[in-house]
Design a protein around this ligand. Structure first.
Ligand SMILES: Nc1ncnc2c1ncn2[C@@H]1O[C@H](COP(=O)(O)OP(=O)(O)OP(=O)(O)O)[C@@H](O)[C@H]1O
Ligand SMILES: [Mg+2]
Length: 491
């Protein structure tokens, strides 16, 4: 149990270590490694098992054969020994050895242990006499002997119950090893061929797999550097093909997103330039108006004052004073208009709704379009100054557009705060327009009013939508969440 627990504790460590090495090599090496392991591990196991089984079986056979040969020699040499036929004995030994490939030597000892016949030719190895001696009343004795040619199984069998001597036969293991090694070589050769085939198949497989993947890697790097013009060739109708499709879709989406971003950036730039130019124009207009109208009015008041002094009669004086008052009133009116155009004072003093109502009534008078303002849920709250001016300018642009293009008779402005969201709806009953066409006007378009409305809305964290169809009026929806743009009404 303890070992199991320790193993479980060490498991993440080993997993990390193994993955450190396995994960560090290429896919090609991983696949080749797996293929070779699948071929070599069972192959080596089979070779080991086969050799073990063969050795055991062959050795047993060799032993049995040794005993059989020795018994045969013992039986057949009994008579020859008794009549002391040395020639016959030598022939018996030579013939037996000749017909038996495994037999390395045979010799016969008489009852006293003296060598009677042997197959060694010259030079009998005397040390053989001192090993594997047969105890009395033993049917046979088998003993492995180490020699320069490997192991030799020495079998001793008594002749005529031991009374006539002993027959000794030595069987060499060399032929057995030769055939076992031949079988092993054959299997190793087969395994090598299978391994080579496996390596070939694995190489082909990894080439098939990694080629499109490497292509994807190279492409991903170029996309990373901002080149969205690329796409990969579809490789096949498989998982890799699906990956390539997904990659191509991703690049196409990135390309579109990049185009949209560039377009927005261009519009923003243009809008900024327009805003700056408009500000300059506005200043020029005010300067001109101050210089031309106010300057002139004040100059004529100064002149008039001198005329009053020199008036011949009190009635004349009274008349000239009245003219002067009219000029001063006209000038005051112009100043008020100018100030209102610049920034409606009402907006700061009383808030959005009164300022819009005032603007609407002036608009109605000027363009002869019936204009209504409705405010719901805005009692007791003031919006932040930024949001107030945003709404004011958006409504102003919507109304200016309606006057310029809509050819309408009625405009309704509805402001509503509900669930902490401000919505402003400006709706005209004019001729409408094709929004898609206008928005697609593209680079160089001079229409920036709609873009400016949307830009202002987004700056406030809100959205602006326009609904219009040719012939059925135009509606502008502005929605701004009021998390931050709200303050208590101090007025
Ligand atoms: N209420 C409306 N009724 C009909 N057409 C409209 C209306 N509002 C806008 N349009 C159309 O949409 C176009 C784009 O309007 P937008 O306010 O963006 O530009 P503009 O008014 O032409 O120029 P700018 O506002 O930049 O001075 C207009 O030219 C007009 O054709
Ligand atoms: Mg406009």
């Amino acid at each position: 149990m303890d070992g199991l627990k320790r193993l479980r504790e060490r498991w993440p460590y080993w997993r990390r270590r193994v993955w450190h090495y396995v994960g560090g090599v290429s896919v090609r090496t991983k696949i080749l490694g797996i293929v070779l392991a699948v071929i070599l591990i069972p192959g080596l196991f089979i070779i080991y098992q086969l050799r073990t089984t063969l050795i055991t079986t062959y050795r047993e056979q060799l032993r049995q054969e040794g005993i059989a040969v020795a018994r045969d020699v013992a039986a057949r040499s009994t008579d020859l020994l008794l009549i002391n036929d040395l020639y016959g004995l030598n022939r018996l030994l030579r013939d037996t050895q000749q017909y038996n490939a495994n037999v390395r030597y045979i010799f016969i000892l008489d009852a006293k242990g003296q060598i009677v016949a042997h197959t060694f030719g010259k030079g009998f190895p005397l040390e053989l006499l001192h090993v594997n001696t047969l105890p009395p009343n033993t049917p046979y004795r088998v003993m492995p002997l180490r020699s320069e040619e490997g192991i030799i199984w020495d079998v001793a069998v008594p002749i005529f119950g031991g009374k006539a001597g002993t027959a000794r036969v030595g069987l060499s293991e060399a032929p057995m090893w030769r055939s076992i090694n031949a079988i092993t070589r054959q299997i190793v050769l087969t395994m090598t061929v299978i391994s080579l085939l496996g390596i070939g198949a694995a190489s082909l497989l990894t080439w098939l797999l990694t080629r499109p993947l490497l292509e994807l890697v190279a492409l991903a790097e170029r996309v990373g550097q901002g080149d969205y013009s690329l796409s990969v060739r579809r490789w096949a109708d498989d998982e890799v093909g699906a990956l390539q499709d997904a990659f191509n879709r991703m690049v196409a989406q990135l390309r579109r997103a990049e185009q949209e971003r560039a377009e927005r950036e261009r519009l923003r730039q243009e809008y900024l330039e327009r805003v700056i130019a408009a500000q300059e124009d506005e200043r020029k207009r005010i300067a001109r108006e101050l210089h031309d109208e106010m300057g002139q009015a004040l100059a004529s008041i100064l002149l008039g004052l001198r005329n009053v002094e020199t008036a011949p009669t009190p009635a004349d004086q009274e008349q000239r004073l009245q003219d002067l008052r009219a000029v001063a009133m006209g000038a005051l009116d112009r100043v008020r208009h100018l100030a209102f155009d610049l920034r409606p004072k009402l907006l700061d003093d009383l808030g959005l709704v009164p300022a819009l109502k005032r603007y609407a009534s002036m608009y109605q008078e000027r363009f002869n379009i019936e204009t209504t303002v409705q405010a719901l849920g805005l009692d007791g709250i003031r919006l932040s100054p930024e949001l107030e001016i945003t709404v004011y300018r958006v409504v102003q642009e919507a109304l200016t557009n309606a006057a310029k293009y809509a050819n309408c008779r009625h405009i309704s402005i509805v402001l509503q705060v509900r669930n902490r969201v401000l919505s402003v709806i400006v709706e005209d009953d004019g001729q409408g327009f094709d929004i898609g066409r206008v928005l697609k006007a593209g680079p160089g378009s001079t229409h920036l009013g709609l873009y400016g409305m949307r830009e202002r809305a987004e700056l406030m964290g809100g959205t602006l939508e326009i609904e219009s169809q040719e012939g059925s009026g135009t509606t502008v929806y502005l929605r701004v969440p009021l998390q931050v743009h709200i303050r208590p009404d101090e007025g």
